[in-house]
Write a protein that binds this ligand. Structure first.
Ligand code: MSP
Length: 497
């Protein structure tokens, strides 16, 4: 295991308000960053998020709102920042692609690649999808509509700048073959590899003439053009954490990224364009790119036009931040798509949270109150019994299991939570089977003390383990279950009917 961990999220477009899809990636990244901070220490983890602010989408949205693009971006960025604050997202740095530190690096990269003849100009004739900002060749399209979004294409003829993707195709195939952990999960690895084997890459058009798109970073060698929004945005992962020296060598305390967390829709840009850009710059590649699935509403994608966009703010306000975090990470294995519904949140809330964890906590505190006047009995469990031993064993094995589930190549948040819940449920069963009120009645002092201490051990362990997933709940557990005294407060999770 490396001694540092650098994790990134995609930079979100600022053309619209954040929705649950965006919050999903950031909650997952936050959980992992918190987990890694526990393991490696605060100073050795760097968690980067931010916003993607150039390009057609934003220019159009700004026009629609009667603002200039920068003003418009400034407004939407606040929504993202407020959301991250509300959801307890503990990022170390927030980068905006309109910041000088980013623009400078983009310029530098363009200059380096131009000097290396990795960027050249050529006349471009073909089809352009304005909403997707993507070029298509005659052979890629049918009926003059965009293969991705199915909207009409525009015929275009203009001089543009191209990045030599095609030259590196064979290298990338070899690299991926030799690095089985580079793209995760395995299904996405296969997807990229077979795409590369079956398709000849064309060079990437990285410029847009200013008259067609003004909201972008101008090319240093042709101010009449601005950079393609993806070429610009991908570079944030290095612009945020390092610098080029006078010999064009990139230096950074954090690079290479240990994990780029992304959604499956932006896999190609991350697993094809980005590695080739880095390779051309002679910069090491990120260790793992992990593409998660999508949250769907019923069977369909969320979109403004369908009017089914779910607001994370609303969900968190209604059910609680930690309930929302728990639900997203628990309900669906990370690489797969999931169906979002409030009924599903309520089910998780009532059963896993209020019933399993909430009850265990409440019952334990109540017993400490009742039998020990609110003071946690000192010492270690003494009386041997098989159930208590089994629980202590489970506690001991927990770290290792979670370590396996949460390694960047696995990211099985759901399984990690399930493992924690097995411990919780075993403890609940222990209470039911021990019938502590009988121990008290029969004055079995040592048995009762052991029993309570085992439960306290469980709760302390659970508190530690849920911290990355539900930081506020962990601190509430900590506050109520003190070192030697309890301070019973509000129930952790009120049930919803
Ligand atoms: N700006 C680009 C990323 C540039 S990264 C250098 C972008 N932005 S985005 O705002 O459209 O999307 C950001 C992320 O949100 C993507 O990873 C995308 O997969 C994720 N999601 C958007 N909708 C989603 C769901 N419905 N469900 C889960 N995640 C989804 O793409």
């Amino acid at each position: 295991m490396a001694d540092k961990f650098y994790i990134t999220t995609p930079l979100y477009y600022v053309n619209a308000s954040p929705h649950i899809g965006h919050s999903y990636t950031n909650i997952a990244a936050d959980c992992l960053a918190r987990y890694m901070r526990k393991r490696l220490g605060e100073k050795n983890v760097w968690f980067l998020t931010g916003t993607d602010e150039h390009g057609q989408k934003i220019q159009k949205a700004a026009e629609g709102a009667g603002l200039n693009p920068q003003e418009f971006a400034d407004k939407t960025v606040l929504q993202f920042k407020n959301l991250w604050k509300g959801l307890n997202i503990s990022y170390n740095d927030f980068i905006r692609t309109t910041e000088p530190r980013h623009v400078n690096i983009v310029h530098r990269v363009l200059e380096i690649l131009y000097k290396k003849k990795q960027i050249y100009s050529a006349k471009y004739e073909g089809w352009y999808c304005t909403p997707c900002e993507t070029f298509w060749t005659e052979t890629q399209i049918e009926y003059q509509v965009c293969p991705d979004c199915k909207r009409p294409l525009e015929k275009i003829s203009e001089t543009n700048y191209f990045f030599k993707l095609s030259e590196h195709q064979q290298w990338l195939i070899e690299y991926i073959k030799n690095h089985p952990d580079f793209i995760k999960p395995a299904s996405r690895y296969e997807e990229v590899l077979s795409f590369l084997r079956l398709n000849q890459l064309t060079d990437l058009c990285i410029s847009r003439p200013k008259e067609r798109l003004s909201w972008g970073i101008p090319l240093p060698f042709s101010p009449q053009h601005v950079t393609y929004v993806w070429f610009d945005a991908l570079l944030n992962y290095i612009s945020a954490v390092g610098e080029f020296d006078s010999k064009d060598k990139y230096n950074s305390r954090w690079w290479p990224a240990d994990l780029h967390l992304i959604g499956k829709d932006i896999l190609r840009q991350h697993a094809i364009y980005w590695p080739i850009m880095l390779h051309a710059l002679q910069i090491e590649l990120p260790r793992t790119i992990f593409a998660h699935g999508w949250w769907l509403i019923g069977e369909s994608k969320m979109s403004k036009s369908r009017g089914n966009v779910v607001s994370p703010v609303e969900m968190a306000n209604k059910y609680g931040v930690d309930v929302y975090r728990y639900f997203l990470l628990r309900d669906v294995p990370f690489g797969l798509d999931g169906n979002f519904s409030e009924e599903a949140i309520i089910r998780r809330l009532n059963s896993d949270l209020a019933n399993d964890l909430g009850n265990l906590f409440y019952r334990t505190l109540t017993m400490i109150e009742k039998y020990y006047e609110g003071k946690i009995p000192p010492g270690k469990p003494k009386v041997k019994n098989s159930q208590a031993d089994a629980i202590e064993e489970k506690i001991e094995g927990l770290d290792q299991k979670i370590l396996t589930d949460l390694q960047p190549q696995q990211l099985n948040f759901s399984a990690a939570l399930e493992t924690i819940w097995q411990l919780i449920n075993t403890a609940n069963k222990y209470i039911e089977e021990t019938k502590p009120w009988n121990l008290a009645r029969q004055d079995k002092k040592e048995e009762l003390r052991t029993f309570i201490l085992v439960l306290v051990d469980v709760l302390r362990k659970v508190r530690d383990e849920i911290l990355p997933f539900m930081p506020a709940t962990a601190s509430s557990v900590e506050g109520q279950l003190g070192e030697d005294k309890i301070k019973k407060g509000k129930p952790l999770f009120p049930r919803i009917q």
